[in-house]
Ligand binder design. Structure first.
Ligand SMILES: [Zn+2]
Length: 168
């Protein structure tokens, strides 16, 4: 899994040079010990401007924390399973579907990362911020918000333009 994540990071840095020397955290939802809040229930990936803060305690345990930077959690295991199901026994086709869909999901999330300015604010009480960020994600995954946003929310003209340019 780490090899796959490294390949995704290389791709991300190539297609979004704005990331520069900023740390970029690509995490697979199935990684051992990842707090349950971050396991992508019913989604392929997610990001937020403070996702790195929420993941920081776990990233530190993993020896991967390098300071603030954009973070994306990718549900690679679900994408792999879906590709295998859709390919119906054709392993080469499954590999191709998996690779293409993983790339599409990464580009989708990179559009959000670039659309929002990178939040690299040094936080005074980092441990507390990590706990609070995780509590917000916990609420997302355990409650059905009364005003669930439409799927196109957050996918406006700026995001679309960025995604189109990212793929060039
Ligand atoms: Zn999105």
């Amino acid at each position: 899994m780490m090899k796959l994540l490294e390949a995704l990071e290389t791709l991300a840095r190539q297609v979004v040079p704005d990331i520069g020397n900023t740390p970029l955290y690509l995490v697979a939802a199935s990684e051992p010990g990842l707090p349950v809040e971050y396991r992508c229930y019913g989604c392929r990936a997610f990001t937020s401007t403070w996702l790195d803060v929420g993941l920081s305690a776990w990233l530190k345990d993993q020896g991967r924390w390098q300071g603030r930077g954009p973070a994306i959690v990718v549900n690679a295991a679900a994408l792999r399973t879906e590709a295998a199901t859709d390919a119906d026994g054709d392993e080469d086709f499954a590999d191709m579907l998996f690779r293409d869909r993983l790339t599409a999901v990464l580009v989708h999330e990179l559009g959000h990362v670039v659309e929002a300015p990178f939040d690299l604010t040094a936080l005074e009480n980092f441990d507390q911020a990590t706990t609070e960020a995780t509590a917000v994600v916990h609420e997302w995954v355990t409650t059905d918000p009364p005003t669930r946003q439409a799927p196109w929310h957050g996918h406006g003209a700026d995001w679309l333009r960025l995604v189109i340019h990212t793929q060039h």
